[in-house]
Ligand binder design. Structure first.
Ligand SMILES: Cc1cc2nc3c(=O)[nH]c(=O)nc-3n(C[C@H](O)[C@H](O)[C@H](O)COP(=O)(O)O)c2cc1C
Length: 159
C-alpha cells in the first residue's frame, strides 16, 4: 500500500501488531528481531530513498532490525536476514489484519551510509537493519499497484 489517509495509527495498535509478529519462528527461538517505531514517520523515512512520493503521508515508520548477538559462528552469518525477514513479514501481516496499510522499504545501503543512518536513528552497533516499513491508515478508496506474479510452474518444482 502506498496510499495513506491522515488518521494517525494508534501506538497501541502498533504494539498489538508487534506482539502478534512475535509469533514468528526464529532459529532456536533466539528472537533476535527488534522494532523501532518512529511516531513521526519521516524521522526514519528521510533516510530511505524508496518512499519518495508517498512516505510523507505515512503515519508511523518501523525500522526492523536483527541483533547479531542472537547468532554465533560463521555458519550463522546469514541467519539475521532470514529470521529478520520472517519477522518483518509477520509485522506486515499483523498490521494488515488490524486494518492498516503498510509498505516494506528496502535497506540496501553501503557501509558508510548505513553506519551514519543507524547512528542518527539510535540503533546499536550490534544490530543490522532488515528493512523499514511505512505504516498508515487507509483511505476509503485508493489505487493499488497490480503486481503480477510469475506463473506457478516457474516457481514450484515438483519432483
Ligand atoms: C524487502 C522489500 C523492500 C521493498 N522496498 C520498497 C521500496 O523501497 N519502495 C517501494 O515503493 N516498495 C518497496 N517494496 C515493495 C515491493 O515493490 C512490492 O512488494 C512488490 O512490487 C510486489 O507488490 P505487492 O506487494 O503490491 O504485491 C519492497 C518490498 C520488499 C519485500
Amino acid at each position: 500500500m502506498r496510499s495513506f489517509s491522515p488518521e494517525p495509527v494508534p501506538l497501541d495498535d502498533i504494539r498489538k501488531a508487534i506482539k502478534l509478529a512475535q509469533k514468528a519462528p526464529s532459529v532456536c527461538n533466539r528472537q533476535g528481531s527488534r522494532v523501532y517505531c518512529f511516531q513521526n514517520a519521516m524521522d526514519a523515512l528521510k533516510w530511505q530513498p524508496g518512499n519518495r512520493g508517498f512516505g510523507d503521508r505515512a503515519s508511523r515508520a518501523l525500522v526492523v532490525t536483527a541483533d547479531l548477538q542472537a547468532f554465533s559462528g560463521a555458519g550463522e552469518r546469514n541467519q539475521c536476514w532470514i529470521d529478520g525477514g520472517m519477522f518483518a513479514m509477520s509485522v506486515i501481516y499483523a498490521l494488515h489484519a488490524l486494518g492498516y496499510g503498510t509498505c516494506p522499504l528496502a535497506w540496501s545501503q553501503r557501509g558508510h551510509f548505513d553506519r551514519k543512518a543507524r547512528h542518527a536513528l539510535g540503533i546499536p552497533d550490534s544490530e543490522v537493519i532488515i528493512m523499514m516499513i511505512a505504516v498508515g491508515s487507509l483511505p476509503e478508496e485508493f489505487d493499488v499497484a497490480f503486481s503480477q506474479r510469475l506463473d506457478i510452474d516457474g516457481v514450484l518444482v515438483e519432483r
